[in-house]
Design a protein around this ligand. Sequence first.
Ligand SMILES: *Cc1c(COP(=O)(O)O)cnc(C)c1O
Length: 238
Amino acid sequence: MIHPEPPAGRLAEIAAGLAGVERRIEEACRSAGRSRDELTLIAVTKTYPAADLRLLASLGVRDVGENRDQEAAAKAAECEDLPLTWHFIGQVQTNKARSVVAYADLIHGVDRERLVAALSREAVRQGREVGCLIQVALDDRPERGGARPADVPVLAAALAGAPGLRLRGVMAVAPLGADPGEAFGRLFDVAQAVQKEHPGADVISAGMSGDLAQAIAKGATHLRVGTALLGRRTPFVR
Ligand SMILES: *Cc1c(COP(=O)(O)O)cnc(C)c1O
């Protein structure tokens, strides 16, 4: 396959973004008394071309995140030769389970039992083991996705018992306009309760470009960073 050359200067641009994000992570770790090793940085590459994933990989990034199946599936195919771990961070429609299971290593948006059943069926059919995070709604707006904290224990039990799936932990987005530190504190409490029942489920996916320091302070293990690494997105590039 022929890979188009990225525009001159793009490597330097991404390298500068990465250095800036790493500086912010280091600083937040220092304030929180945590070690950088406890954190996985996921480069959120939605709307950016596969060429940018190649540049990220050349800079040592190993984790990438996408939120739309069609776009993610195409990029995963284009980047098959790269040593990347694929995170699906969007809402998963049940009828996309087959496609998402084929390339995703960790699915961050599991929020209902019907989806657990669909993903499990596909994982078994494809002979894959796929990690799953329960998306927790930190506000009362279920249309944005996520399970209510009260519903998490039942969903966690369903995931833990689902063939082909592995419950790895929880994920959330800080509600718009809310104090992210306070919201991530509540996520941490939910994560602790899940871990008590399921000791292997130790992932907390929280923190984006604007609130990664608050997420690190509240125990995040996985950060999902797009804009600060790659620049401001223009929708529908592809
Ligand atoms: C787009 C997206 C991100 C990255 O957001 P930035 O503000 O660009 O860092 C993180 N998490 C989810 C779920 C997203 O959809």
